[in-house]
Structures are given as structure tokens and as C-alpha cells.
Design a protein around this ligand. Structure first.
Ligand code: NCD
Ligand code: ZN
Length: 338
């Protein structure tokens, strides 16, 4: 195959950041994708309508003329009232829940996953049909954090049968197995969890640029994720979790930040991966149609043509003083965007 068409690509888990970083990374996404679910974990997380709407404006400005819809989210709080959620419903696609301190900018996350504490907000969301996106990790041993969280997903799914619950960036075989157990459970998966294992982070020389939360795991986990992605399992969506950090905050002796930057390479990498496994026929479902059905989206038509031509991933992206290193920096991909 010499070329491949992707229609209205959607990224259902994206970090666009703010200020200069937003100006650098937003165009990487808005050029090729028609829309993305934007995470609310800014340094001051988004919890009000005013901050949401002004962030939306800054995103629109950063995307310039591109045909691109940011689907915004707010940061889960246990004290959101029904009236507040009703008022903000048309401006958001979902509410994102972070347990306290499990990842970047989650210091204002929930301090307990006790269902009774979460119930008022979740009940309102359920009544208003606002989906819940969850960063599902405990504070346990780093390789077990997602697995330890799975009973919480089960209890959420059982207690709120009308709430759509999205297990974000699933990273284990166990989470894949949970997907089919409850009608109201869905998931996103990233490129790095489809391609990498812990060996790529720390098996040889340390690579801080592929360090993320949840950490990439075992071969059997990667293979289980890859299997459902390649078959475009209808409850699974592409969510890059593209999460840029400054190079100096990744390559540092004071504790490297978690997050992998994949926005500028997603379409090329996914095309290469699906072609390698002879599954290109499923790529549009994985990268757009599944999300359209799960979130009831009707994105505009945006056609991106990929051609079989080498693309050398830049070593670094730079805007003013911001330097960001993408995943696969300096490597050659087999597909380019025309
Ligand atoms: C994300 C970030 O940097 O905002 N980091 C990450 O490792 N994935 C937050 C998140 O999605 O966990
Ligand atoms: Zn994320």
C-alpha cells in the first residue's frame, strides 16, 4: 500500500497545557486531527465555567485556522452541585477524575475513592449523562497500581449503571479483560502502551522521554492491548495521552516529569503499526468511529492522507524558550503525512 486515508481523526485523551507550551503543541494536533478530548490538569486545574471558557479561547487561538474541536473536560471535585454540572454540561464532554497525587498536576485530586464520598457528584453526572474519565491508579507498587485500581472501576460500574466510565490509558492485560465485563465501561489506549514495555524505559540506559503514568508494563500487557487495538474493539478508543514536558524537566537530576509527547507522530506511527499487522482496515474505527459512537460525536469531515515515505522524527520541537522531545526522536518512520 502506497497511501492511506484517515477520516476525522479523534484523540480522546490529550494534554494541551497552556501559554507558550500550548502555542507549541496545539498546532501539532490541530493540523491532523479533527478534535480531541482535552485534559483539565493545568497547574491550576479547570473547575469553573469561567476558567473553562477562557481556556477554550486560548486553545482556539493557538490552533489558528485549523478545523479542530477541543472537547473540554473539568477536573472532578466531590462538591460539584447538580446545578453547576447542569449549567456547564453543554461546554464539556466529560469530567476527569484523578486520585490525589497519582500523576502530574493531580494535587487537587480526590483524597479518597470511597464511593459514598464520590456519590453526590457521580449521581448528578449520571442523571445529566456526563461521562466520567478516570486516571485509574492506586498509590501501590508502580507496576501494580492499575491492577489494584480495577475493583474500584468495577464498583463504579455497578453503583452507577447509567454512567459511562472511561478507563483512561489502560496499561494492563487485566484492564483489557475488564472491558467486556460491564456495559458501561470503556477505555482509551495510548501509542506508547501499544509499542513499549518497561524494558524501553529502564531495561537499558534510562529513557526519561518514555516515562509516564501509568508506567508501560510487561510484554503480555502490551500484547493484550495491541490485540484489542488492532481489532478496533468497539469499547476502546485512541487516546494518546500526549503529555509534553520541557526537555529540562525530563532530563533532570531532581526528578523527571511523567508524560510522553506523541502528538506530532501519532498518525504516522499508528499507520505503520496497523500496516505491520495487516490491520489498516480497522484503523479508522480505532482512531475515530469508536469514539464517535461512545461519546455521540459528529465531527466535521477532515481527510488526512498518509503516504509511504520516510519521516524522520525531529529530535526536538522548539517554540521560544520551550524545548520538547517527542517519542521516537531522531528515528525514521515509514509513513508521512502528505
Ligand atoms: C500526564 C501529564 O503530564 O499531564 N502525565 C502522564 O504521565 N501521563 C498526566 C496523566 O495523564 O497521567
Ligand atoms: Zn493524561
Amino acid at each position: 500500500m502506497k497511501s492511506f486515508i484517515i477520516n476525522s481523526a479523534l484523540d480522546m485523551h490529550l494534554h494541551l497545557r497552556d501559554d507558550d507550551m500550548l502555542k507549541l503543541v496545539a498546532p501539532h494536533m490541530s493540523k491532523n486531527f479533527v478534535g480531541a478530548l482535552v485534559m483539565p490538569n493545568l497547574i491550576s486545574p479547570i473547575t469553573t465555567k469561567d476558567t473553562l471558557l477562557s481556556y477554550k479561547n486560548r486553545i482556539k487561538n493557538a490552533c489558528k485556522e485549523d478545523k479542530f474541536t477541543p472537547y473540554l473536560t473539568i477536573f472532578f471535585q466531590v462538591d460539584y452541585s447538580y446545578e453547576f454540572l447542569k449549567d456547564i454540561k453543554d461546554e464539556i464532554i466529560a469530567v476527569k477524575l484523578y486520585p490525589f497525587g497519582v500523576t502530574t498536576n493531580s494535587q487537587t485530586g480526590v483524597s479518597s475513592m470511597d464511593i459514598e464520598i464520590l456519590r453526590p457528584t457521580l449521581e448528578s453526572m449520571s442523571r445529566l449523562d456526563i461521562p466520567l474519565c478516570v486516571h485509574g491508579e492506586t498509590k501501590g507498587f508502580v507496576m501494580d497500581r492499575e491492577k489494584e485500581f480495577l475493583p474500584i472501576y468495577e464498583s463504579l460500574a455497578i453503583n452507577f449503571p447509567n454512567l459511562r466510565i472511561i478507563m483512561e490509558h489502560i496499561s494492563t492485560k487485566d484492564a483489557v479483560e475488564l472491558l467486556d465485563k460491564y456495559d458501561n465501561l470503556y477505555a482509551t489506549v495510548t501509542i506508547h502502551h501499544l509499542l513499549l514495555t518497561l524494558d524501553d524505559v529502564a531495561g537499558g540506559m534510562l529513557n526519561p522521554h518514555v516515562f509516564c503514568k501509568p508506567i508501560v508494563k510487561r510484554y503480555e500487557d502490551r500484547d493484550a492491548l495491541l490485540k484489542v487495538a488492532l481489532e478496533a474493539h468497539p469499547k476502546l478508543m485512541f487516546g494518546s495521552d500526549s503529555a509534553p514536558h520541557l526537555k529540562k524537566n525530563k532530563e533532570t537530576s531532581t526528578g523527571g516529569a511523567a508524560g510522553v509527547y506523541t502528538a506530532p507522530i501519532s498518525l504516522q506511527v499508528l499507520t505503520q503499526l496497523f500496516e505491520k499487522h495487516n490491520k489498516l482496515a480497522n484503523l479508522n474505527a480505532f482512531i475515530s468511529l469508536n469514539a464517535q459512537k461512545i461519546y455521540n460525536l459528529k465531527p466535521e469531515n477532515k481527510v488526512i492522507k498518509l503516504i509511504k515515505k520516510d519521516f524522520i522524527v525531529p529530535k526536538v520541537y522548539n517554540y521560544k524558550n520551550e524545548d520538547v522531545v517527542p517519542m521516537l526522536a531522531g528515528e525514521t518512520l515509514l509513513w508521512s503525512i502528505e
